[in-house]
Ligand binder design. Structure first.
Ligand SMILES: C[S@@+](CC[C@H](N)C(=O)[O-])C[C@H]1O[C@@H](n2cnc3c(N)ncnc32)[C@H](O)[C@@H]1O
Length: 208
């Protein structure tokens, strides 16, 4: 598996996002790292999406950033009630609510629901439970069209996915599943995938 470093040259609109990021940091709610957010926004800026799907809203940090840097509508999924409510407030504060549909519930079920509605997205950002990416992949493909870009965060999981070091029991399933996921997306003939080592690793997959 080839791993590259993504170099970002664009600049992005992050107005109003500092407070959301600080809130996440203060209350230990994980949000996307600055270096991987830059990659995500570069992908958004270059592809001019009309519809974006996000798995893992948290408090609406990455979702707001994608909306501020596009004209797209965002569908975003979150199963934690507290995060869902804070995200709602944040979208309102940034005047983005009319461009967001928040789905509350387990991503696996919501993805099934979106597939049954025959939804299609131009960009799909996967940032939910890391051990589940492999289970979500068939649904994600179903929600894609030719040219859809799928961006997945944390795919190298602190380096454990590519190193043979000792992995604590509680992380083992995640690492094993992420390895299966990366093997799948780099060997699937329907897609082109690149893996980057920025942050905790990010994959970018384009549906052929
Ligand atoms: C890393 S955070 C997302 C960060 C966000 N994308 C950002 O950068 O601002 C992952 C989120 O996924 C949510 N999550 C975890 N498992 C989930 C599941 N099975 N279904 C839906 N959401 C889930 C968590 O509650 C958490 O808010």
């Amino acid at each position: 598996m080839e791993i590259e470093t993504y170099i970002v040259k664009n600049t992005f609109n992050k107005n109003g996002l500092d407070q959301i990021e600080k809130f996440g940091r203060d209350y230990f709610i994980p949000v996307i790292l600055s270096e991987t957010l830059d990659i995500l926004l570069d992908v958004v800026k270059k592809n001019n999406p009309q519809n974006i799907l996000e798995i893992g809203t948290a408090i609406g940090y990455s979702g707001s950033a994608m909306l501020l840097n596009s004209n797209a509508h965002l569908d975003t999924i979150e199963y934690n009630q507290n995060n869902f409510d804070i995200a709602k407030e944040n979208f309102e504060k940034l005047d983005l609510s009319n461009r967001v549909t928040q789905y509350f519930g387990d991503a696996y079920k919501v993805l099934q629901e979106l597939c049954s509605k025959n939804k299609k997205y131009d960009i799909i950002f996967v940032d939910g439970p890391k051990g589940q990416y492999i289970k979500y992949y068939p649904f994600i493909k179903n929600l894609s069209h030719s040219g859809t870009i799928i961006v997945c965060d944390d795919v190298l999981y602190y380096g454990h996915v590519i190193n043979d070091d000792f992995i604590k029991h509680k992380h083992r399933t995640i690492v094993v599943n992420l390895r299966k996921f990366l093997h799948t997306i780099t060997n699937d003939s329907d897609v082109d995938t690149k893996i980057y080592n920025n942050g905790n690793g990010m994959s970018i997959t384009r549906i052929k």
